[in-house]
Design a binder for this molecule. Structure first.
Ligand SMILES: Nc1nc2c(ncn2[C@@H]2O[C@H](COP(=O)(O)OP(=O)(O)OP(=O)(O)O)[C@@H](O)[C@H]2O)c(=O)[nH]1
Ligand SMILES: [Mg+2]
Length: 376
C-alpha cells in the first residue's frame, strides 16, 4: 500500500504548515492541525487574517435530477459518455450511483487522443475494471472517437439493440463529447432535417435538453454536461486561453523525463511535480501537446515558477495562479513495485514504475489528484 497525505498550507499566507518549530514559518499547533480542514498558521491567526477556501467536490447539478426522473419514468436507455483523457474526473461517482438501475451503454470517448502505445484492449479492460469497482454494470462498454468516426456504428447498433422502442438519453460530464457523438450518429445514419447540435471546445455548450425524434414515440435526448468543479477545466472554465491549451486537440505525445530526487517538473504554470526521494526513475508525462513542461532543480522551483508567471513564459498561465503559493500540495509515498500513475484532474497524468518514491504534486486549489485511480 502507498501512503498518501496532503501537505497542508496555511490558508492565510500559503506557507506549508508544520507543527515542530514555533519560530519557523507555517507553525501551527498539532491540535489545530488535527481539528480543522482549513488551518491558519500562528502568524496569520494572530493577524486575524481570515482564510477561506475548501476542496471542491464534483457538483451534482440540480436539473439533473429532473432528467434522471424522466429517464426512470420512461424506462429510457442511457448512453453514459465518459472522456478517456480525463477519465477519473468524468466518471462521476454521483452519476454512477444514480444510474445503476437503468440500462446503460458506457461510451468511453476521445480514444484518438491517447497514444498508440496504450493498447486498446488495455483501455477496454481498464474501463471495465473501473465500472466493476463502482458496481456499475453497463450492457456494453464501447471505446469511441466521434472526430475519427471510430466505433460509431457499434454505438448505433447497440442503441437499436438495447433501447427496445424506448428513448435514449446521452448524459455525462461537460465536454465529454455527448453532442459531438450525437452529431456523428446523425451524419452516419439519418439526418433528414439537416439539423446539428452545437458543440464546442469550451465547457457548458449544451444548456438545455435537446430532443431529436427517432419515431412517433421515442427520441434521442442530448443533455447539458455536469460540471466538474474538482478539475482544472471546472476551476478555469472561464479562462479560454487555459482551456485552449490544456484540452488536447490531437493525439498526445507523451514525454519521458529521467529524474533524480531533487528535480521538479513545472507543468505549464498551473501544476508541479517534485521528485523528493527514491532511485533515479523515468516519469512519463501525458498532457496536451501545447502545455509547456520545464525541468528544474526543486530548490529553485518556487522562484522559477514565479518568474515564468511574471514573464508569461509558460503555457498555460492562469489569472488565478499569481505565485507558487497559490497551489495546493499533496505528498504521495509509493510503496510497491507496480506501475503507478498520478493524475492531475483535467490536466493529464504522470506514469512511472513504483520503487518506493516520494513525490509532491502541486495543483490549483480545489483540483483533485488521483493516484492509481483513487482520489486523494
Ligand atoms: N479529440 C476528440 N475530441 C472530441 C471527440 N468528441 C468530442 N470532441 C471535442 O470535445 C469538445 C466538446 O465536445 P461536445 O460534443 O461539445 O461535448 P459535450 O459533452 O456535448 O459538452 P457540453 O454540452 O458542454 O456538456 C469539442 O471540442 C469536440 O470537438 C473525440 O472523439 N475526440
Ligand atoms: Mg453538448
Amino acid at each position: 500500500m502507498s501512503e498518501v497525505k496532503k501537505v497542508r498550507r496555511c490558508y492565510g499566507c500559503g506557507e506549508i504548515l508544520q507543527t515542530e518549530n514555533p519560530q519557523a514559518p507555517g507553525f501551527t499547533t498539532a491540535f489545530q492541525m488535527a481539528r480543522h480542514e482549513i488551518v491558519l498558521c500562528q502568524s496569520c491567526f494572530e493577524k486575524n487574517h481570515a482564510g477561506h477556501d475548501a476542496l471542491n467536490e464534483p457538483i451534482f447539478n440540480a436539473d439533473f435530477n429532473t432528467i434522471l426522473a424522466q429517464i426512470k419514468a420512461t424506462q429510457a436507455l442511457i448512453v453514459y459518455v465518459v472522456d478517456l483523457f480525463t477519465f477519473e474526473t468524468s466518471f462521476i461517482s454521483e452519476v454512477t450511483d444514480a444510474i445503476r438501475d437503468s440500462r446503460i451503454i458506457l461510451v468511453a470517448n476521445k480514444i484518438d487522443l491517447l497514444p498508440a502505445n496504450i493498447k486498446r484492449d488495455k483501455i477496454q479492460d481498464y474501463v471495465a475494471k473501473r465500472c466493476e469497482q463502482a458496481s456499475l454494470k453497463p450492457a456494453k462498454i464501447i471505446l469511441t472517437s466521434s472526430t475519427k468516426n471510430y466505433n460509431i456504428e457499434e454505438v448505433m447498433a447497440s442503441i437499436e439493440e438495447l433501447r427496445d422502442g424506448h428513448s435514449v438519453y446521452f448524459i455525462g460530464s461537460v465536454s465529454s463529447g455527448k453532442s459531438s457523438l450525437i452529431n456523428t450518429l446523425l451524419k452516419n445514419f439519418k439526418n433528414e432535417s439537416n439539423f446539428y447540435i452545437t458543440t464546442s471546445f469550451y465547457p457548458n455548450t449544451t444548456i438545455k435538453v435537446i430532443e431529436i425524434p427517432l419515431d412517433d414515440r421515442s427520441a434521442i435526448y442530448d443533455t447539458p454536461g455536469l460540471s466538474i468543479s474538482n478539475s482544472v477545466i471546472g476551476q478555469m472554465a472561464n479562462e479560454k486561453d487555459v482551456i485552449r491549451t490544456i484540452v488536447p486537440r490531437s493525439t498526445i505525445h507523451p514525454q519521458i523525463f529521467a529524474l533524480r530526487p531533487g528535480q521538479s517538473l513545472l507543468i505549464g504554470a498551473i501544476a508541479r511535480f517534485d521528485y523528493m526521494s527514491g532511485p533515479r526513475s523515468n516519469f512519463t508525462v501525458y498532457v496536451a501537446n501545447d502545455v509547456s513542461i520545464h525541468r528544474v532543480e526543486t530548490r529553485r522551483a518556487d522562484a522559477t515558477l514565479d518568474r515564468l508567471i511574471k514573464r508569461k513564459e509558460a503555457r498555460p498561465i492562469s489569472k488565478t495562479i499569481a505565485s507558487h503559493l497559490d497551489l495546493d500540495v499533496y505528498e504521495i509515498r509509493v510503496d510497491y513495485d507496480d506501475y503507478c500513475d498520478i493524475s492531475f484532474a483535467g490536466l493529464g497524468w504522470v506514469a512511472f514504475k513504483g520503487k518506493k518514491q516520494v513525490i509532491r504534486t502541486y495543483v490549483p486549489k480545489g483540483v483533485s489528484i488521483y493516484h492509481n485511480t483513487s482520489k486523494i
